[in-house]
Design a protein around this ligand. Structure first.
Ligand code: PHE
Length: 383
């Protein structure tokens, strides 16, 4: 591997290899280097999330010529399999052995929360494109983790948008909510949806938890069938919601299905979920020039329409590169201050300025699943 060049290390089984540059931000030849680690689920139950994330990350670096300011970028890509323990180990190794200055990722909240803690403790900049649970940037005492940012909105907003759309646009009065009790994202989104749905006059007539390993939902779906809700809210990832959706329809449940960003995958069961709605971070149909350029560039490189994961990883990486450019340093403390101070940074998923908790304030898109394996843009909702 050539020193000073982009060093992409994608290794199996979570093994990490070094990439031959010095520490402290300069390479052996005195060259200025910033090292970035990407952590993403490249295998496992949400692997399309990881693949899109890696694509978005690499496109952003490529377009920047693997440089930011006076610094060359070296990068390391690691697979966390959507496993929190694996992610924690990888993050620790990237920080202590590869001496990265910044981490991008991971995707899901339950995996990203432990990564954010170790990054913040070691004073390494951390930005996730996609993890929407509030606890990513704020600790359990409510204190900001100052080195941590995200490129996405958070679940209190996403749940509110879904509840409002269900009540006002779909005219739903009753809802059933099924969620994964071991998944921070699923629990948080379920609770936020319920709070806003009830506050708006709706009634949650079934509230049922399941576990990640569950595959047979007949017991809880019988309760849903008895409750005859207008809406079935499924705040989980594409594999699980496809399975639940299929079993719900087989039980004769005709409720409109709705969910969150976790539905966004080419591997969603489009035939089953067609007609359902989900809240998301962007629509490839958006006519803003930033969006159209990104969609064209991504399609030229990868041959597919980018999903929100790709867009947000691209945005997160560009935010980090902009922080490095503006501070023109490899010092994580100065990079994170430059990121915190960005105002109206023009990203694919919106104009980014960070609030005091490292969260961008931006709108959500509501998309409808189509049987032809596409999604239709329905509405954009502002905070
Ligand atoms: N928001 C999800 C989480 O926090 C991850 C996700 C984002 C999934 C965007 C799909 C699209 O776990």
């Amino acid at each position: 591997m050539r020193r000073g060049m982009a060093a992409a290390l994608v290794l199996g089984l979570g093994v990490l290899a070094g990439c031959g540059s010095g520490s402290g931000g300069s390479g052996a030849g005195g060259e200025k280097v910033v090292r970035i680690g990407l952590i993403a689920p490249l295998t496992g139950d949400v692997k399309t999330f990881g693949e899109s994330t890696k694509n978005g990350f690499e496109l952003a670096l490529e377009q920047a010529g693997h440089k930011a300011g006076d610094f060359s970028i070296e990068y390391f890509i690691q697979d966390d399999r959507n496993d929190p323990t694996e992610a924690l180990n990888i993050a620790t190794k990237l920080i202590t052995e590869q001496k990265v200055h910044a981490l991008v990722g991971s995707v899901s909240s339950k995996v990203t929360i432990p990564v954010s803690n170790v990054a913040n403790e070691h004073r390494v900049v951390h930005i996730t494109g996609t993890a929407t649970n509030p606890a990513v940037t704020v600790d359990d005492k409510g204190n900001r983790k100052p080195f941590v940012f995200r490129a996405c909105f958070i679940d209190p907003f996403q749940g509110q948008v879904a509840a409002k759309f269900a009540l006002e646009t779909l005219g739903a009065r009753t809802a059933a909510v099924l969620y994964d009790k071991g998944n921070d994202y699923s629990v948080g989104l379920a609770e936020n949806f319920r709070r806003h749905f009830e506050a708006g006059g709706g009634q949650v007539v079934a509230w049922e938890a399941y576990a990640l390993a569950d595959t047979d939902f007949s017991a809880i779906l019988s309760k849903v069938a008895d409750a005859k809700p207008d809406l079935l809210y499924l705040p989980d990832y594409y594999q699980k919601v496809s399975l639940i959706g299929k079993q719900a329809r087989a039980k004769g449940i005709t409720a409109t299905m709705m969910g969150g960003d976790g539905w966004d995958s080419a591997e969603l069961d489009f035939a089953t979920m067609a007609g359902g709605y989900f809240t998301n971070h962007y629509s490839p149909e958006d006519t803003r020039p930033e969006v159209q350029k990104f969609v064209a560039d991504y399609q030229a490189k990868y041959g597919t329409v980018p999903d929100a994961l790709a867009a947000l990883a691209y945005d997160a990486t560009n935010i980090l590169l902009e922080g490095i450019r503006r501070s023109n340093t490899s010092d994580p403390d100065q990079i994170r201050q430059a990121i915190q101070n960005l105002k109206g940074f023009s990203a694919v998923s919106g104009q980014i300025s960070f609030d005091e908790n490292g969260n961008p304030v931006k709108s959500a898109a509501i998309l409808q699943v189509q049987a032809d394996k596409t999604t239709r843009f329905i509405a954009s909702v502002n905070p």
